[in-house]
Structure formats: structure tokens, C-alpha cells
Design a protein around this ligand. Sequence first.
Ligand code: ADP
Ligand code: MG
Length: 702
Amino acid sequence: MQVNLLETPIEYLKGVGPKKAEVFKKEFQIFTFYDLLHYYPYRHVDKSQVHTIRSLEAEGAFMQFKGQVISYDILGERHAKRLVALFTDGTGTIELVWFNSLKWVEDLLAEKREFIVFGKPTLFNRRWNMTHPEMLDPDKHSNSGVSMAFQPLYNSSEKAKKMGLDSRSISKLMITLLNQIQDVILERLSNDIIQKYKLLSLREALVNVHYPASQELLASALLRLKFDELFFVQLRLLTQKLIHTQRNNGHLFSLVGDTFNTYYKNYLPFGLTNAQKRVIKEIRADMGSGKQMNRLLQGDVGSGKTITALLLMLIAKDNGYQSCLMAPTEILANQHFESVGKLLKDMPVKVGFLTGSTKAAKRKVLLEELQNGEIDILIGTHALLENNVVFNNLGLVVIDEQHRFGVEQRAKMWKKSNVAPHILVMTATPIPRTLAMTLYGDLDVSIIDELPKGRKPIVTRHLYEKNRLGMFGFLQKEIAAGRQVFVVYPLIKESEKMDLFDLMAGYDLMADCFPIPQYQIGMVHGKMKAEEKDFVMNRFVKGEIQILLSTTVIEVGIDVPNASVMVIENAERFGLSQLHQLRGRVGRGAEQSYCLLMTKHELSTESKQRLKAMTDTNDGFEIANIDLRLRGPGDLQGTRQSGELDFKLADLAKDEKLVVFTRNLAKEILEEDPDLQLPKNQTMGKYLREIMKKQHFFGNIS
Ligand code: ADP
Ligand code: MG
């Protein structure tokens, strides 16, 4: 009964009706009382203070005066017709002006003269006036259940305003709603938590977020509501994780055998970093626990995630299992296939390769070998997810560049084996801690926070067009010393209007300044055929080309240790994490490497901040944090559609402390009471089950 009231369709709210209900639905996605209740104001205007007209100094702020209308007049004709009233509070006078609803105003003034007027005073002809002020009755300065001290301001749209739903009318409807429902708002946190952390009750918070009685109550209301948003996401993620580990036994990788040991002793081309060793240990422990692993591996570009994953796949083989490595693009999958092939060339390990463009005949053989267990490691794109890709005994799934794979894909991989395989997702775009906790809160996290030895930090410079000749001179020197150069452009001839220094023009200029036969220049872009691209890329890898011009196709692409310079043209057009990814293409060899960011002269503040972040730090985690601050989580690469980040009030960049706090609290509670059955936790359990029922969870798929 009580819950139902909140689920009442919005059109049944007094003052709404079917027409406005349509607008609510279309413009604000507000369908029910509940939705309107959670449509929070973006700001409040302080009406708790009454100002004096004499003390008026600057324009621009909303304020209110208490006094009376001395006289009024209707001036002008037709379009210029207006009602002007002279208002005084005893300290000075101000003109109140209306351009429409004149009749209504006249009636109002005929009835009484005492008012509190509220609006934005402006100076016109050296006199203060206020257009279309709100006229409040000084004797009725509260509206039944809610305080009128602060006026909430709500986002509206042009369409909604035309239909009579501007901020002011929304705020009036909110009063109606609050008066009607505030007694049925049920608490969802335990009393324990509310008291221990001195939180407002949910009812108080929801009333005060709209109509706060004081600044302090507004702050407390916001805190309480943010708390709920973050806390219940954590409670849900951790519960899913719990359900999951309880339910899913995993393949037991009990031993490290010949394959791993032989490779490690005889063929590993370098010593592992301590971070790589630690991560392998963490993951080994997971895979040897008998429970199914779900782990996120974070590591900056070039930190050596591939070899780490490969070693784990060898352990899978030692235990009699197949594994697969899935990459987001064909180029990246191909590079993995080639580098793994090279790394394992002297080992009796069979590696297969499958993408959307694998030819039918080849595919048939491959799928057979996969099913009968001949293939140990399958590398490919999301083509691996297709139903006809059947493994003999899949034990470990590695997903590279996690941000492009969603939860559903992970779930699909689980089903490729009777017992869900271990899953390791790797991301090269480090995710800020708060984001990882929220987005991947159901995963365990391992971090490679160390680059292989001997890597020199990449020197990054921000250059302008006037520096171009100097830059070319620098490239000549590097090339003379035997190095190679990447030059990256944002896009190719897609929009002439944007006046980009695009790839083709860049090529012409480069060809002039770096003439053959002394220099060889290659070019790759998204519109080339795969074979053409590969041909050019391979020449670059072999060192036959010194300068490779490209669009961002190389972003997640090739590994060329001899390349020491990354030039990024129109760098202001790239996102921060993309810039960092591109930079990661160099600095893989022993030589000092450089990243040169070319931009035009005038830049937006945000572009400047991005470029500054790049020249200030090489640390991917720091970059990720800055990116989160600049753009907000919704815009971070690949996270756009994630419902997990759909917070109304909480801000993962600003509310880090609260994210960590609520996560720890949720953990603590679930450790004591995993099913939330204790009397004190029952309200939370009930609410949690409600939200879990509403959404589709992969935790319940297998
Ligand atoms: P990412 O983490 O970006 O995927 P890669 O796995 O591609 O990085 O590794 C980057 C480069 O570093 C590769 O050429 C790889 O062979 C090399 N590498 C990885 N681990 C080490 C190490 N411990 N010592 C030296 N080089 C390493
Ligand atoms: Mg990689």
C-alpha cells in the first residue's frame, strides 16, 4: 500500500494531468511519484533572509524584500504594455515590472498591498527594478509541511517551459507531492547505521533536499542521499560477489608443471619485474583455491601484461586446460597472436587464431582442433564469443582492454564450460580507484605498478606550429641516430571544415622535408585494407620505414621498441587517456623516448589542462584521476552505458572518501551477516533484494 503510493503515475498528482504528464515523461523521464521525488534541484535560492532596498549594491543575485506597493500604473501600448508598481520597504524604493498576466497582478494588488517580493533586482535608468517578481504573502511564509526558506531551482527545458513546467511550477508540484507522500517514505538503512553516522532519516533527507529548512539541513540531506546511492551499489556488488563464489566452484589448478617451468627457465626473454611476479602469485593462489576467479588486472601501457597473462595460460596447460585471449580489435588480436607465437616458438604449445575474418575452411579446422583439445591457447577477437566456438575444456579466459567488453560478454565466456572458467580482465587504461570499486566492484583487483627495468621516463613536450621546423630538425637527428618516429593525426578528411592538419596534408609536408631516398615514410589509416595496412606496419616493424604517419589505428597496436618519438598532431583533439595510450607506443626500448604534442595556439581551458597533465606526469593512474576530474565518469572511455555510474548526486571524482567508506561499511556488514538476515539488517536486505530484482544480473546467469 505504502510503496504503491510512490509508484502512482505522475499524471495523478494534483496539478499535473495527462498533458503535463506527457512532458514529464518525454523531457525528464519522470513517470511516477517516486521519479519526481528523486528529481533533485540543481541549486537553491536563499529566501531565509529579507534584505533592505537601501543596502542594494550589485545586480545578479536573487533576493527578497518585505514591504508594500505604494502605487501602480499600466504603461505603453500593445507589445510594450506593462504594469509598473512602486514598492517600498521603508528604506528605499524599487520598481516591480510585469509584461504579461497584467490582469492577474491588478487583481492581486486590488486585494492587498503587503508582500514579500522575491526576484533578481537589476539597474535600469539608474533605478532598481525587478521583473516578474514572486509575490509572497508575508503572513503565510510556510506551506504546510515544508519550509519555504530556500527556493529550489530545477532543470527544465524549452519544451517543458512552453507547456508550463518551468522551475517554479515544478517546485510547486514538489510541495504538493511532499505533502502528500512524506509520511509513506520508508527507511531503508538500519537504525544502527543512521545513529552511528548521524545521518538524516530518508524522509528528512528527501524533504530537505528539495525544501531545506537551513543550509546545514541541505548539506545533511545531500550527504544522506549520496550515502545511499554509493552504499547500496557496494552492497549489491559485494553480495553478487558473495553469491558467486559460494555458487561457483572453479577449476582447480593445483600444480605448476613442465610447460611453465621449461618456459620460465629456458625461454623467457627477460627477468620479470617484481610487480609481475607478485601478480602471478596472487592469481596463482586464486586459481589454486578451487573457487572460480574473477579478477581485474590493471597496469599502465607497457607494464608487461601480455607476458603475465601468457605465463598464467601455461599454468592452465600444465593442469590440462585450454585458455583463450580475447582482444577488442583485429589488429590487437593479431599482434598478440604474433608476439605469443614468437615467445612460444620453441615450446610444444599450440596456439590458434580466430577473428571475424578467418576464412571458412581455416575456421572449420580450427574449431575441430579446439573441440578435440589440440589447441592449447586460442587468441582472437569477440569472434571467440560465438556459440559455435566450443572448447574441449576451457580453464582460463583472458580479456584484454576490458573497457570495451561488458559484463554480458564475461557471462558468455562463463558458459563455455560446465564449470565456469577463471576470468582475468586486463586494462591498459588505469581506472581510478573509486571508479574501479564501483564499475568492477564484483572483481578482485591486481595491479602491475612497475615498468620493466631500464625504461627511461618518456619526455613529453607541448609544441606549437611555430616550433614545427625545430621539431623536424629533432626528428632528423633521431632518425640519423637510427631511431624511428610515429606521427599520429586525429582523423582523415572526414571534416574539411574543421581545418585539421590532416593526414594527407601532413604526408605532403613530411615528404617535402624528409625526401627519399634518404627517408622512407609510410602511412596507415582506417580506410585501408587490412593487407595494405599490415604491409606498411610490417615494414615499420622491420625498420624499413623511419616515419610512420597514421590515424589512431596504432592506438592499441604495434610494439616497436626502436621507435623513440611519438608526434601527436592536433593533440588538443584527443582525450587524455587516448593521449596517454598513444604515448605508450614509445619508450619500449632502452633509448630515451619523446612524446611531442602539437597544437594550435588558442586552446580551451580543458585542452590546456589535458596537455599539462601529459607534460606533468607519465603515471597512468594519475592521468586517469585527472581525466575523471575533467570529464566525469560518464565520459570515460567505454563506461558510457554503464548503469553502475548512474548517480544523481554522488560524484566519483569528488566523493572518493565516501566511496571508500561505503564500500568498507558494506564489506563489514556482509562479513557479519552475508544474507542480511539479522533483525538490525532486515530493512537493508529487503531494499537490496528489491533493487536486485529490478535489474538483470550476470551473477544470476550461470
Ligand atoms: P602492456 O601491459 O601494455 O600490454 P606489453 O605486454 O605489450 O605491455 O609489454 C610491453 C613490452 O615490454 C613488450 O615488448 C614486452 O615484451 C616487454 N616486457 C614485458 N615484461 C618485461 C620485463 N619484465 N622486462 C623487460 N621487458 C618486458
Ligand atoms: Mg597490451
